[in-house]
Structure formats: C-alpha cells, structure tokens
Ligand binder design. Sequence first.
Ligand code: C2G
Length: 132
Amino acid sequence: MKKVITYGTFDLIHPGHINILKRAKQLGDYLIVALSTDEFNSKKNKQAYYNYANRKVILESIQYVDKVIPEISWEQKIEDIRKYNIDTFVMGDDWEGKFDFLQKYCEVVYLPRTIGISTTKIKNDLHMVHNG
Ligand code: C2G
C-alpha cells in the first residue's frame, strides 16, 4: 500500500485545499494529513478561524483523506515518515525546495497551488463586505 502524507492548517476549507488533497491521494492509496494544531499555528503566525477540532472534523469528512494526525512542530516530519511508513511527501509549490531534505526518507512532490483562492483572500473578501 502506497502511503502519502501532507501538512497544513487547512482553515476554511476551499477548492484549493480539495485539489491538493485529491492530487496527493492520486499519488498513492492512503493519505495522511498532518493538521497544524492551534499552538503550532501561532508558531506559524497563523490565526485559524476554526480551531483544531473543527478543522479535523472537516478534513476527516473529505473522501481523499484517510487519517488526520496533529502537526505540532516543524521537526516532526522525519519521525512521521518513519512512523507511518510514508512513501511520498506532498506539499503545494509555495513550499518548493523547502522540504528537499526529506528526499533521503521518501519521494518529495511539490504540486502547483490552485490560483486565485486562499483562506486569506476569503477572510479579506468577507471583511470588505462586512465593512461595506
Ligand atoms: N494550497 C493550494 N492551493 C491554494 C491554497 C493552498 O494548493 N490555493 C495548498 C498549500 O500549498 C498547502 C496546503 O494547501 O500544501 C495547505 O495549505 P495551508 O493550510 O495554507 O498550509 P500551510 O500553512 O502552508 O502549512 O509544515 C508545513 C505547514 O504546516 C504548511
């Protein structure tokens, strides 16, 4: 069984997230998502709208996702790859090159981001509407 892993905050799930999860799953048979905890998000200077529990519930409902684990640190990736016997690590290409050190442990794949959509854009668009 070919196992794939990807990492992220996945806040306010949108088609860009769905696209990468779908493509990541297509690279294997089993997809694990390491979901950033609220504490780790603060280390990424990210304030998610939904807390970890809610973001986890949403992710687990997506057909491409087989398992959700917590992402609590930048350093856990090598351990995760070993622990879950991962064949392929996937991230959007905004991370291009940043995780090449993982090539010693598994295949590293960067996939093109979906253009024109992001959680930040959603928040900004809603804010503009709200403030007329
Ligand atoms: N993504 C995408 N297209 C978009 C928006 C996001 O392909 N329009 C991808 C990102 O490239 C990433 C994944 O969706 O691979 C999750 O995005 P974020 O939740 O923003 O993840 P990020 O904050 O980049 O966290 O250790 C890695 C970090 O946890 C990654």
